[in-house]
Design a protein around this ligand. Sequence first.
Ligand code: XBP
Ligand code: MG
Length: 249
Amino acid sequence: MLKALLFDVDGTLADTERDGHRVAFNAAFRDYGLDWDWDVALYGSLLAVTGGKERMRYYVDSFRPDYVKPVDFDDLVVELHKTKTRHYTRMLAEGGIPLRPGVKRLLDEARSAGLMLGIATTTTPDNVTALLQHSLAPDSPDWFSVIAAGDIVPAKKPAPDIYIWAMEKLDLRPEQCVAFEDSRNGIRSSQAAGLRTVVTVNDYTRDDDFEGAVAVLSDLGEPGAPYRRLDRDEAGVVDLARLKNWLQG
Ligand code: XBP
Ligand code: MG
């Protein structure tokens, strides 16, 4: 029986990567006088690595052979990341990034039906709180029975650890939950944790491999603006009835 919906954050709740995280990274690089500038296409390649600190190291190692690392490079990465988090949370507070279609509708329905809600993400906890408060509702972090985020587990997605951690906190088994993801790294993580997974793609992840997903959708859909299913010819709105139907089928 379905007891909880577990959500990824970036790319799933909102399209935060291109116009949120990417912009905040670049602002931090400028603050530190670095000539690093991540354009939209490059950022798509960098998304192969989850976690902001891990992503910066990957960039230097794979794209900047010319960069001479200072002796305190690890500390610099930590400081850059703190600065990036400040930029990102300020951006959310100033204008917010809208939630994707159907997200609030499904969260509201799940809460009314007494289902538990959870978050499992590689992003920093402050980023999750800021997104929920500014784009969903000021008290919405309290809607979630668990918010599993960031460095809480050392191995980030695609490792299953963050989902396993969240389910342990909820005292639930994978069969009692369904995950919502937007990326290959995300579904690798959720599936390795034993979770059935609904995927809503975005511009960075449309062509990813989502083998084994419950459904691959343009978004969760709204009445009057239905989702388009990418893995078969179907349109509609993801509500609990449809979700349970998919899970039984
Ligand atoms: C997305 C990520 C994160 C963010 C940046 O995670 O990979 O690294 O891009 O966040 P998810 P931080 O889709 O699991 O939410 O800079 O805070 O690491
Ligand atoms: Mg994601």
